[in-house]
Design a protein around this ligand. Structure first.
Ligand SMILES: [Fe+2]
Ligand SMILES: [Fe+2]
Length: 272
């Protein structure tokens, strides 16, 4: 079995459960070093997100708003939005493993390990979605994460900057705010379960950003770039956004590899 062709097949699978099984298989075979690597095999462009056949795609401003977390509807919308992030994150991790070649074995293992975590995150949310009576695909979704992957597919440093180090790191900031909001409602078993799921995700996402940080710095070193190139890259992809931060999860970002001078540049008041 060849690593890159299996990874591509896994990305192309739409059904999240079949995709989960394929990721499990990849992870097991890779752990046992049972896969071959054809680094020079052609790299295909992925034109449409794998979830396109099973969901309705809308513009980001048209996805349902996350509110009223004390209602089944509000909980469903929130769970669906997070599940969509996790589904997209499975493909993004796989794509980082597929697209960039001639890298150390550890690089491929790291991203398959991330995909494996994202599958678990998706499945955890899927169980909760079922408890509130919905399934993945019941609400429309946007393709912002897929597009970020497409735009950064030509360069390892840009991919690592944009996907794990910017988008997934933003999740580290956003997650505690959602937990806080959930805690402001009367506590029910469902609210408790959602908070628990979000706490697991937050903890594990730190390791994803950490892996992104590691390979971002590796890529910078290979190309003789200063890691402060990060700010230029993010400014190019998301003009003005890296400066407009309200609240940074400094502790989680520090654990994920961000330096205090970077965090201060992003607006952190205190950093140790
Ligand atoms: Fe995740
Ligand atoms: Fe992640």
């Amino acid at each position: 079995m060849e690593f890159f062709s299996e990874t591509l097949r896994t990305i192309r699978e739409s059904d999240p459960f079949k995709k989960g099984d394929l990721v499990e298989q990849l992870y097991t075979k890779l752990s046992r070093k049972e896969l071959t690597f054809e680094h020079d095999a052609p790299i295909e462009r992925i034109e449409t997100p794998s979830y396109a056949p099973i969901v309705t795609i809308v513009r980001p401003k048209d996805v349902p708003k996350r509110k009223h977390f004390d209602t089944k509807e509000g909980q469903g919308v929130l769970l669906h939005a997070v599940a969509h992030i996790e589904y997209s994150a499975i493909d993004l991790a796989l794509d980082s493993a597929y697209r960039f070649r001639h890298l150390p074995f550890e690089y491929y293992f790291d991203w398959i390990e991330v995909a494996h975590d994202e599958v678990r995150h998706f499945q955890m949310l899927d169980r909760l979605m079922r408890q509130v009576g919905i399934a993945y695909g019941d609400y429309p979704v946007h393709t912002a994460l897929f597009e970020a992957g497409q735009k950064s597919g030509h360069d390892l440093v840009e991919r690592m900057a944009v996907v794990p180090r910017y988008l997934e790191a933003n999740g580290l900031d956003a997650n505690p705010k959602i937990i806080q909001k959930l805690q402001s409602y009367p506590i029910t078993p469902m609210i408790t379960s959602i908070i628990e799921a979000l706490e697991i995700i937050l903890k594990e996402e730190v390791s994803h950003v950490f892996k992104g940080d590691k390979w971002f710095k590796y890529g910078c070193e290979q190309k003789g770039l200063d890691p402060s190139i990060y700010f230029e890259i993010i400014e190019k992809y998301y003009p003005g956004l890296e400066k407009k931060r309200l609240q940074l999860n400094v502790e989680a970002r520090r654990a994920a590899g961000f330096a205090c001078d970077e965090l201060k540049r992003m607006g952190a008041k205190k950093c140790e």
